[in-house]
Ligand binder design. Structure first.
Ligand code: PAF
Length: 288
């Protein structure tokens, strides 16, 4: 596996990879890799000739008081994991390469980025959309792979690709990969390592309670009381009052107060001991 930390080296390495028309899949990450990221790499390897992974802790998607400084950085360990998974090229730019002096552009995706995490973390999705647009332009992948765990992020990136008529990758070539979970159901996240053993044990209430809420809503329980009960259950398990507990249309992320005949999603963001966890699950629609 080759590692590039400047655009010149990246472009030369990409030109070599593309020889003979080989396809390239991009797995963008912020490092601190776990099975969830490696699952994205494996999926990319199944459908592309070569996989390029990027590691960049993007400062513009962190708000004031968030964990930019403490976000885990372990480049050597991550590189070894990617190499073992057959990644051909690691793109690991420094902040100066991504945001050179005078950088003045931001991409803002309206609508789908505004509620949920967008409301709780102002500016977050502008930072995500801008850095992902840059990564797409730098690598020009045939396909790009993102975890469904960051469901709203995936929707924002797809909307951006569609609205800007991106071709590399085309909006349809942005692949969402199902969330990878620990044995007790907790969604894998680089931030899980912030949890103390007690908080980690309590955190398993999040997926368990969400699964029960999904089942209740699918069985016809009214949505508002089901969401209120989920919120109460999380607080009883030791979570702070959640940033949101919401049922939303799976495509537009518009909030729903009743389950309709289109696919829906249950989405939650809640802190436990200062660590913010997010999760989401599919909710099957009522038969048409
Ligand atoms: O999901 C992430 O790790 C980040 O938001 C991403 C997509 C790599 C952009 O910095």
């Amino acid at each position: 596996m080759q590692t590039a930390s400047t655009l010149d080296v990246l472009r030369t390495a990409l030109a070599a990879l593309r020889k003979g028309g080989a396809t390239v899949g991009l797995v963008p990450t912020m490092g601190a890799l776990h099975e969830g990221h490696l699952t994205l790499v494996r999926r990319a390897r199944e459908v592309c000739d070569h996989v390029v992974a990027s590691i960049f802790v993007n400062p513009t998607q962190f708000g004031e008081g968030e964990d930019l400084d403490s976000y885990p950085r372990q480049l050597a360990e991550d590189a070894a994991m990617l190499e073992a998974e057959g990644v051909a090229l690691l793109w690991a730019p420094g902040v100066e390469a991504m945001y050179p002096e005078g950088f003045a552009t931001s991409i803002s995706v309206k609508g789908v980025s505004e509620g949920l995490c967008g409301a709780a973390r102002p500016g977050h999705f502008d930072g995500v959309a801008t850095v992902v647009a840059k990564l797409f332009n730098q690598v020009m992948p045939d396909r790009a792979f993102f975890g469904e765990k960051d469901y709203q992020q995936l929707a924002v990136i797809r909307t951006m690709a569609r609205d800007l008529d991106l071709t590399r990758p085309h909006a349809d070539a942005i692949i969402g990969v199902p969330t990878v979970r620990e044995a007790d159901g907790l969604a894998m996240s680089s931030r899980n390592r912030y949890l103390s053993p007690e908080q980690r044990a309590a955190a398993a209430t999040l997926p368990a309670a969400m699964r029960e809420t999904v089942a209740g809503i699918e069985a016809g329980e009214p949505v508002a009381p089901a969401l209120a009960a989920l919120e109460k259950r999380l607080e009883a398990a030791g979570f702070d009052r959640p940033d949101y507990v919401a049922l939303a249309d799976a495509a537009s992320l518009a909030p729903l107060d009743a389950l309709g005949t289109a696919p829906a999603r249950l989405l939650v963001a809640a802190r436990i001991g200062g660590t913010r966890l997010i999760d989401n699950m599919a909710v099957s629609p009522r038969p048409a």
